[in-house]
Design a protein around this ligand. Structure first.
Ligand code: ZN
Length: 297
């Protein structure tokens, strides 16, 4: 059995083919331009490397409401050419194999739970901090969806009083996590990218202040057994320890010490990164195949 996997991102599409044991057989990456160009190129890759099922770990927002007639369609994305694009339906039609779709971050949470840093745990919360901020929650064997998929990046945060930016960069919210702590927020605030921000710059304290709030809120809201922080901004190794101290400060002793693990074990880097999303997509393909065998279409 061959599993097809797509990590659909705003700048590139990563495509992979895996065997049943998740060993990679083929892989490529294509630029994300417009659907009329990108989709045929992706389809032709899978025609060259045929698969028995496909998993898509997609950028969002995407309609994941069970039973919806437009399930698997991209929603209100700033990438205008992709708005209302029926991602799931396009591949089902072109490849004629079972297809499963979820968000890139949910797929990453799935992969880390099955194979990575959260292996053996009942639940795991995966955050990516990069061009945007997103979170995926795996709980008791399932990826969490409701009305749609959770939008962790738009949780509202308290502004750092020394933050020179009064409003975050999110066009919808003046004070959400993505608006304050994504890569573009750091770039706008300091005029240089997170990658180039000096190690001793106060920007890292402000960044940790926001990510600490995000993690502490998540801890209080859904009580995950582990929180994984991936994405481009997290490349700065000194950031993770700063976030851990912020979380402890914000929890402020409220959670009994016996209940709360050591922060080093609780807030961690994902172990499959940067392939968490693609491997998650392969696992989604596995699920799609399993489902189709139970209920053939
Ligand atoms: Zn927002």
């Amino acid at each position: 059995m061959r599993l097809g996997a797509i990590e659909a991102g705003g700048t590139k599409m990563v495509l992979g083919v895996f065997d049943q044991t998740l060993k990679q057989i083929a892989r490529t990456a294509l630029p994300t331009t417009v659907p009329d160009e990108t989709i045929p190129a992706m389809v032709s890759f899978f025609k060259e490397h045929p698969v028995d099922a496909l998993g898509i770990a997609s950028f969002g927002p995407v309609n994941l409401r069970a039973g919806s007639a437009t399930f698997g369609t991209i929603l209100n994305t700033p990438k205008l050419a992709w708005q209302r694009f029926p991602m799931l339906a396009a591949f089902k039609e072109a490849l004629r194999v079972p297809v499963e779709i979820d968000t890139d971050v949910n797929a990453a949470a799935l992969a880390e739970s099955a194979l990575g840093a959260a292996k053996g745990l009942k639940n795991c919360l995966y955050f990516t901090v990069g061009t945007g901020i997103g979170g995926g929650l795996y709980a008791e064997g399932n990826l969490v969806h409701g009305l749609m998929h959770p939008e962790w990046g738009h949780l509202l945060l308290t502004r750092h009083e020394e933050d020179p930016m009064l409003h975050g960069v999110c066009p919808y919210h003046p004070n959400c996590a993505e608006g304050f702590a994504s890569g573009p927020a750091m770039q706008t605030r300091w005029g240089i990218s997170a990658r180039d921000l000096p190690e001793d710059h106060r920007g890292w304290d402000i960044e940790a202040f926001y990510l600490g709030q995000l993690c502490a809120n998540a801890l209080m809201a859904v009580s995950p057994e582990v929180i994984l922080l991936g994405g481009g901004v997290m490349h700065r190794e000194s950031l993770l320890p700063r976030v851990r101290s912020q979380v402890l400060k914000l929890v402020n002793g409220y959670i009994d010490q016996e209940q709360l693990p050591e922060m080093e074990d609780y807030i961690k880097a994902p172990s499959l990164w940067p392939d968490s999303g693609l491997l998650g997509a392969a696992l989604l393909a596995k699920q799609a195949r399993k489902k189709s065998r139970k209920a053939p279409e």
